[in-house]
Design a protein around this ligand. Structure first.
Ligand SMILES: C[S@@+](CC[C@H](N)C(=O)[O-])C[C@H]1O[C@@H](n2cnc3c(N)ncnc32)[C@H](O)[C@@H]1O
Length: 229
C-alpha cells in the first residue's frame, strides 16, 4: 500500500467512533437520504449480489439491504476500526463485512450486479486503478452508484469554501475530537476533481450512461453509471 493510502487509513481508523455523528452534522442530516438514493439506483437491476466499497459504518450497505432482502451484500473497507463499528450496529449481521483496499479488490471478475461507494474517490492515490477495479468486478450491464464531494463552484463557491474551512475543523475538534483529520477531509474535498473531469475518468474506465446529480449547493454529487451489457 502506498504511503498516501496508509495515511488515509490511519485517519479513518482514528475517527471511526464519531464518524456517523459528524457526517450527520456536516450534511445537516441529508447523508442518509442520499445513501437511500444510491441504493435505489444500484438496485434497479433487481440483482443478487452487491458490493458497497469504502463502506465505513455501512450506511449505504444497509440501505441496499432494505431494498434487497435476499441478496448477498458485502460491505468492504480498509479501515478495521470502521468495519468494527459496522459489525456492532444492530441489524447489520446479514451483511458480510470484509477488509479490502479499493485499489486491489479481492473479488472475481463480473461478481456483482451493483457496486456502490460513498466518499471514496477523493481519498485514493490511484483513481483510475480504483475505477478499473470497480468495472472489473461488475457484471456486464451492472450498475455503479457513488456519492462524492465536489469542490464548490459558482459565485457562492468562495463563501462555501471559507465556511467549510472554518466550520468542519471546528466541529471536528469539538465533536469528532480530531480537528486535524477533519482539516484533511476539507483539503481533500477542495482539491478534488471538478465534475467535468471526474465524468471523463468514469468514461475512460469504460462506464457508460454516466450521470451526475448535484446536492447540497453542489458540494456533494450523486454519480450513476453502468458497465456495457
Ligand atoms: C468518508 S468515509 C465514508 C463511509 C461511508 N461510505 C459513508 O458514506 O458514510 C470514507 C471511507 O473510505 C474508506 N477508504 C478510503 N480509501 C480506501 C481504500 N483505498 N480502500 C478501501 N477503503 C477506503 C475509509 O476507510 C473510510 O471508511
Amino acid at each position: 500500500m502506498r504511503n498516501e493510502d496508509s495515511n488515509v487509513q490511519a485517519t479513518f481508523n482514528g475517527i471511526a467512533r464519531r464518524y456517523d455523528l459528524m457526517n450527520k452534522l456536516m450534511t445537516l442530516g441529508s447523508h442518509k437520504r442520499w445513501c437511500r438514493d444510491l441504493a435505489q439506483f444500484a438496485s434497479s437491476r433487481s440483482g443478487r449480489s452487491y458490493l458497497d466499497l469504502a463502506t465505513g459504518t455501512g450506511v449505504i450497505a444497509r440501505a441496499v439491504r432494505e431494498l434487497n432482502p435476499c441478496a448477498t451484500i458485502i460491505g468492504a473497507d480498509f479501515s478495521e476500526a470502521m468495519l468494527e463499528m459496522a459489525r456492532q450496529i444492530d441489524g447489520n449481521s446479514s451483511i458480510e463485512w470484509q477488509f479490502a483496499d479499493a485499489h486491489e479488490l479481492p473479488f472475481a471478475d463480473s461478481e456483482f450486479d451493483g457496486v456502490t461507494h460513498g466518499y471514496l474517490l477523493r481519498n485514493v492515490s490511484d483513481l483510475d486503478r480504483v475505477l478499473a477495479e470497480q468495472y472489473r468486478v461488475l457484471k456486464p450491464g451492472g450498475v455503479l452508484a457513488a456519492l462524492e464531494t465536489s469542490p464548490p463552484s459558482g459565485w457562492l463557491g468562495p463563501f462555501i469554501r471559507l465556511g467549510m474551512r472554518v466550520v468542519v475543523p471546528t466541529l471536528g475538534t469539538l465533536i469528532g475530537r480530531d480537528g486535524e483529520a477533519y482539516k484533511y477531509l476539507v483539503r481533500s474535498t477542495l482539491g478534488f476533481l471538478s465534475p467535468e473531469a471526474l465524468r471523463l475518468r468514469f468514461q475512460l474506465a469504460g462506464f457508460q450512461n454516466v450521470q451526475v446529480k448535484p446536492k447540497f449547493m453542489g458540494t456533494n454529487m450523486i454519480w450513476t453509471a453502468s458497465k456495457p451489457g
